[in-house]
Design a protein around this ligand. Structure first.
Ligand code: ADP
Length: 478
């Protein structure tokens, strides 16, 4: 209901307070929090098609939910369900190969299974399970909208290659699930037109096309311009995320990465590193530095850090899987401020490069976003470790921008025009040319070797390999 109320507010704002000419809106597409889900009962279909334009939407939908709350990505209470689904599908690799990811607590399938377990009657009363994204499109056009392969891949329920529900995954999750899920359709599919409710209440046009909504991650892929091979984006936020365009559904045999559908009809990968800004801040604060000091120190310390390595696991890490937090240092004193500053950033960049190798992408361009992307010292190490040009992007809200660009593309498709994705993003998602940081060939070579040593440190710290001290010694005088 909170989401519905939010939509009421947005539409009211557009109609009454913005200067947008509503009749000029040709198409709309939404971006929803990936993995979140909405549960509707048998009254929903009728209620949504007979809305009273004199009243806010939220006042009219109170009875359509079979579950009063929506689980979202922050829920991690489904470990048991993850195990059960994984076992039923012959293990994590088989599940990842089928759906693009091994079972994750926040993914919608395990969430649905938990609902079925804990509230079987409410589950039985559920006629439609939407994702946040497909629910949004449903509210806009007044009839049930399909789920797109971008958001659908965040459920552990979709056959990644066929882009259709995987019967084995549905069976492993909950009985009768096939009948409760909307179909999967390509992202550019038109779900319908803006319903007469919006036209009569606020003056929108019933000619406006409603394209399928997608998840915030697939929408961000478009919003940062990743519509071709060789480009990835790295978001340096509270956590660091690396995501990229994939022409083929390659799956991470290590089980940490995700593969989703891309709104372009191709695929995307996404890897999350929990210790991002969190770790950089800890090191900065321990040394008593400002961000300016941090950047200056990165410029003054030697690439390779004379073989001194830090594993930045201030909190339990997702990639690689580190269940117990604990920072490890090799050859590095924790009171050495400059050494730790360089070590944390080199570690993060080498971990990203190593743990994204499974994508098989020859990276030539990286778009850097997020709060720490303003730090060119960090971006220089990114360029050298990845051997790629790094650009800063001036994208405020890449998920929203990506959804808007998707609406335009779906409109072009509906009009029978074959506009390419490069044309769709042109003029909207242009990297700042003057921001380019080119990799330095000598340093690229250094990091190519050091990345293997970093892997040895990770393995050693996780109790799976030898002490890497002798490898590190080679760099001491460098
Ligand atoms: P999120 O969206 O995950 O909340 P942001 O992308 O807004 O995060 O990034 C916020 C983070 O950026 C802050 O936590 C801070 O650590 C980091 N940050 C801000 N400025 C700098 C800087 N100059 N150098 C490095 N990190 C920075």
């Amino acid at each position: 209901a909170l989401w519905v109320a939010a939509l009421d507010h947005v539409m009211e704002f557009l109609a009454r307070e913005s200067e947008v000419d509503l009749k000029q809106i040709r198409a709309v597409a939404g971006s929803g929090q990936q993995h979140g889900s909405v549960y509707l009962n048998a009254s929903a279909t009728g209620a949504l098609s007979q809305l009273d334009p004199r009243r806010p939407l939220v006042e009219q939908i109170g009875t359509i939910f079979s579950r009063p709350t929506s689980p979202i990505w922050m829920d991690s209470s489904t470990s048991q369900e993850c195990r059960e689904i994984t076992d039923a599908l012959s293990g994590p690799s088989a599940l990842a190969d089928l759906t693009g990811s091994r079972a994750f607590e926040r993914f919608t399938g395990p969430q649905i299974r938990k609902f079925y377990h804990t509230e079987p009657e409410a589950y039985a009363n559920t006629t439609t399970i939407h994702l946040v994204s497909s629910f949004l499109a449903t509210l806009l056009c007044g009839e049930h909208a399909a789920i797109d392969p971008g958001d659908g891949a965040g459920m552990n329920l979709m056959d990644l290659r066929r882009k259709a529900w995987a019967p084995a995954a549905l069976d492993a999750t909950a009985p009768g699930l096939q009948d409760k899920l909307p179909p999967v359709k390509e992202s550019s599919t038109i779900a319908g037109r803006l319903s007469s409710y919006w036209a009569e209440r606020f003056g929108f046009s019933t000619e406006t096309l409603v394209a399928l909504s997608s998840g915030d991650n697939p929408c961000s892929l478009i919003g940062v311009g990743l519509v071709a091979s060789g480009r990835i984006a790295i978001s340096l936020g509270t956590s660091d995320t690396l995501f990229g365009f994939l022409p083929q559904p390659v799956v991470d045999s290590g089980g940490r990465g995700h593969v989703f559908g891309s709104p372009t009809g191709d695929y995307m990968s996404l890897i999350c590193f929990l210790n991002g800004s969190l770790a950089r801040e800890q090191i900065r604060d321990a040394a008593g530095y400002s961000w300016d000091d941090f950047e200056r120190v990165l410029g003054e310390t030697p690439p390779g850090n004379r073989g001194r390595v830090l594993l930045p696991w201030f909190a339990p890490e997702i990639t690689p899987h580190v269940p117990e937090s604990g920072v490890r240092r090799y050859g590095l004193d924790d009171s050495d401020g400059p050494g730790n500053v360089r070590a944390v950033v080199e570690a993060q960049m080498m971990a990203m490069a190593n743990h994204s190798e499974w994508m098989g992408v020859e990276v030539d361009t990286i778009y850097a976003t997020g709060g720490a992307a303003s730090n060119r010292g960090i971006l220089t190490i990114m360029a050298d470790v990845h051997g790629a040009n790094v650009y800063q992007l001036e994208v405020g809200n890449s998920a929203a921008l990506g959804a808007a660009l998707r609406a335009f593309q779906a409109f072009e498709v509906a009009c029978g025009r074959g506009t390419s994705w490069d044309e769709v993003i042109r003029d909207f998602v242009t990297p700042l040319a003057e921001s380019r940081i080119a990799p330095d060939p000598e340093r690229v070579e250094l990091y190519r070797e050091l990345r293997r040593v970093y892997t040895a440190c990770e393995e050693h710290a996780l109790g799976r390999g030898e002490d890497p001290a002798s490898f590190l010694a080679r760099y001491q005088d460098a």
